[in-house]
Design a protein around this ligand. Structure first.
Ligand SMILES: [Zn+2]
Length: 321
């Protein structure tokens, strides 16, 4: 069951979710199946809306699979367990999705989540937040001020329960990394920008895992609606230059270094085409509509005709500065 109507979904105009909502309606089943494919970790739970993969000792990735039309979670997320605390990543799309993830955490670790991190304000990463308070004690919610305020002001529908949880947010320093000690395991939350004006990533040193939020997508063309494309590419390159690690993208299956390289090549192909179109004075919408990624970059799910023009518009905003 999908608790939100398609119309409600499409009202999330500033979010990844709007594109995904359209996608589920238009994607042929074959393509949806292909995209939901291979698991990197061992699958410990599977639902129509997503699967939970064990990617390291005490670390699980939620890989959402919304293309079948179930929007319970939509964005990817995760669980990181220490001996005294359990941190979950993302508030997800629906409270039912967050409650499900918290129940999985309790089953796998014996503990309800003690911390929840929001990587950025988009509805599919935040709107289910209240679900973490159903069935267990409310975890401490960690987010930047910008994420908290934009999630409160822009994301529809404005459920009172989500807003209450946002009011309790523990504000992350926007200029320095925050360390969270979970007992025998320290999680690092690093503020960055590019996908939105305020993104964070969650990293583990050992095992080396990066929860990238929507700064990194895999096999699925990224949403540029709030993107600053030059900064985005720079941020992704800096993440790629770090230690070799398993990457949990914001959308799409678990990624390795080669997948991040392919994603960087996608960003670069869009940049090149957008710069050329801008230089010859072609309107962004027209140039975006006419552009297709080279086949050499493999398959990248495009959700709507609007998707590529949005990327070009983001580039034109950048180039007009
Ligand atoms: Zn996003």
């Amino acid at each position: 069951m999908v608790p939100t109507s398609r119309r409600d979904f499409l009202r999330q105009t500033g979010t990844c979710a709007a594109h995904l909502g359209l996608a589920a309606a238009v994607l042929p089943p074959g393509l949806a199946r292909r995209w939901t494919a291979p698991a990197v970790g061992r699958i410990v739970a599977a639902e129509p809306f997503g699967r939970l993969e064990a990617v390291a000792d005490g670390v699980w990735a939620l890989i959402s699979t919304p293309l079948g039309g179930d929007f319970t979670t939509v964005a990817n997320g995760g669980i990181v367990a220490g001996s005294s605390g359990v941190l979950v990543i993302e508030g997800l799309m629906q409270p039912a999705g967050a409650t499900w993830l918290a129940e999985q955490a309790r089953t796998l670790t014996g503990r309800w989540p003690t911390h929840a991190v929001l990587t950025h304000y988009h509805a599919d990463h935040v709107n289910g937040l209240a679900g973490y308070s159903a069935g267990g004690p409310a975890p401490k919610v960690l987010a930047t001020t910008a994420t908290r305020d934009q999630a409160r002001d822009k994301n529809l529908p404005a459920e009172p329960a989500r807003l209450t949880r946002l009011a309790d947010v523990v504000v992350l320093d926007p200029a320095a990394a925050t360390q969270v000690d979970l007992g025998g395991r320290t999680v690092r939350i690093e503020p960055l920008t590019g996908h939105t004006a305020s993104d964070v990533v969650v990293t583990l040193a050992d095992p080396a895992v990066l929860f990238a939020g929507d700064l990194i997508w895999n096999g699925m063309f990224p949403n540029y609606v709030d993107a600053a494309p030059i900064q985005l590419a720079q941020t992704v390159r800096s993440l790629r230059a770090g230690p070799d690690r398993l990457v949990i993208p914001g959308h799409g299956p678990v990624a390795k270094a080669a997948d991040v390289d392919r994603y960087l090549a996608v960003l670069q192909a869009v940049e090149q085409a957008a710069r050329q179109a801008h230089a010859r004075g072609q309107p962004a919408a027209e140039a975006g509509a006419a552009f297709a990624l080279p086949a050499s970059l493999g398959e990248w799910t495009l959700f709507t005709k609007q998707f590529m023009p949005t990327a070009f518009q983001a580039w034109y905003r950048e180039l007009a500065r």
